[in-house]
Write a protein that binds this ligand. Sequence first.
Ligand code: MOS
Length: 728
Amino acid sequence: MSRIDALAKVTGEAAYAADHHLDGMAYAHLVTSTIGAGRITSMNLDAAVKAGGVVEIFTPDDPLPFAATLPGIGGFFADPRHPLSDHDIRHHGQIVAMVVAETLEQARDAAALVEVTYETRPPNADFDRAKEHAVPPPPVLDLPLGQVIEKPAGVDIEAALAASEVRVEETYDVPPRHHMMMEPHAAVAFWEDGRLTIHSGTQGPAAHAIELATVLGVPPSDVHVVSPYVGGAFGGKAFTWTPIMLVAAAARALGRPVKLVTAREQLFTVTGHRAATSQTIGLGAHRDGRLYAIKHHTVSESLVEDPGYRATQKYYATPNAHIRLSITPGMNLPPATIMRAPGDEAGSFALESAMDELADRLGMDPVELRLKNYLTSTLIGGVPYAGKHLEECYRVGAERFGWARRSPRPGAVTDGDDLVGMGMATAILDAGRAATTARVAFRLDGTVTVGCATSDPGTGMATAMAMTAARALGLPADRITPLLGDSRLPVAGSEDVYGAIGSAAAATVSGGVLAAAQEAIDTLIRHAATAEGSPLRGAGDIRYDQGRLLGGGTSVDFGELLALTGAGEIGADGTSTAADDGHAHASYAAHFCEVRVDRWTREPRLSRFTTVVDAGTILNATTARNQITGGVLFGLAAALCEAGRVEPATGRIANANLADYLLPVNADAVDIDVHFLDRPDTGLGGTGARGIGELGTVGAAAAFANAVYNATGIRVRALPITVDKLLT
Ligand code: MOS
């Protein structure tokens, strides 16, 4: 089914946050620091104040009141400081003032006239230097991130590697990346009787409301987040960032609606990014390919990216493993946060590149090496995996792609001026299904609403909700209206308050929708049996079938019933419990990639990509395919294009714009061949669906790097794979 919101989106009818225009609305614009570390010694606002139309300028000298800071999770994932709270500059591009004016142009012009004088110190912004002094991360609440994983306890991993017949040990570097979703962080905020209404694109409307309430010092019920459309997020809109806090606080202080659209170049520094990582992978194997030891040691800017924990411990069986994360705290860089497949993406690049190097050294086919080390229960703890059909993904993928035609000898296949290479890699992403509440309501006009305070940041969530409700109710999907992106809709406990994150929203919400549909049917039957005016009143055997109620020798459509009984709508909330069957669950894919590298220019180009996906029940093949395709192209971006370039001397991100921060465009893409196994994961319950949102990008960069090696004989271990790295 095509996405329900497609027409609204392509015709421009869909109103995103910044599309709201309210009477008396003022416009805000941010001013950001031009140094990487130090303090503000003075600010001169004279020229800015005199510029036309200025309403107010908020600075650390005249700050907006905030009741609390956002803890994030243990101080990670979000920016744990008050916006505009003090005069310290901790990174280049930090917010130092916010100008509010009558028009956008006036706000922007006045912002350019704000003069800031700094006392500067040399920033600690050079990750390559900082990583030499990395330290163990602090324990964070009950998160497993950052904990050393040893198998067996006290393992001497260097000795195990030394005892292995065949070894690979290499370091793989992934640069910082920025979400660069199409819709920037933007909001329109207004207050009425001490209550905030805010149009703001978010992955989790209820979480956003709670976070805003926390920093603004009001009860969560006094914050109404409206976010029906979100123009991409990728983890960048999972937490509440300072621009949104500022615009909400400014609207309160000024007593009028205020709009803020973060400028594209500011997005790089006023919201979070994917932290850089440097990963050392050691693999030791027997001559027959069986792994004997895996070492995965990572250094990252932040605890957020923990590729060893996230990736390596769910890939391959081995008797000896040592996984460790070290971090470089106190860097003068913008805050790190989650970004599509945090840890998994970088981790799979390193591990799956190293596996390719090992296959090469063993003279073994890369698919065969992976099958030889197939994991059937978790590496630590030995929890058995349920519903794992990864071996079938490899087999079907190899067949569809024509893997048998690959030459193991690098540079062996040419076509005109192209060096043609094939590479493969595995994608694994933990899957889960959290508790959730949804509401299903039958309406007088013969339609049904299905509501949940989740989000559709382009994922197809709204369509999946409608289709799930349609199946549960035996109705065509065009009679279902999905409601999401509103903090007042039903939301479950603290886990899913976060909405669309962790590739768990479809499995989670669809479980809640099934429960709500059943509750709504039961409520409707009770209504038919008891309500005055019901033709089925008093009947004892009422049942529901495809929108009709049958019993007592008669039947009635639910819309007619509601008309006869004078009820506006009959609905109910339903709650699903979290999946817990004592098994481990994950989504899987086998990626197969062909690249062509021009013999003379060394330009690498994607030419073919096949991925076979095992993600449980596929709720909607169209939007699921979109998700996987988008994920693979996200991986293409990581492999060939994207890198935040931090100037070590200043901490400035030198390419903080969409001309210099390279993203792939349609001309860089090919038609990605996506095949779903579509096997329900019955152990997970609900609809049997598992996550797909982040899966496509996992392993994709390794598939590219492995294909580039196969084409050229050049192993690139530092992303992105740019032309200069392929010049020999
Ligand atoms: Mo996704 S990085 O879990 O929002």
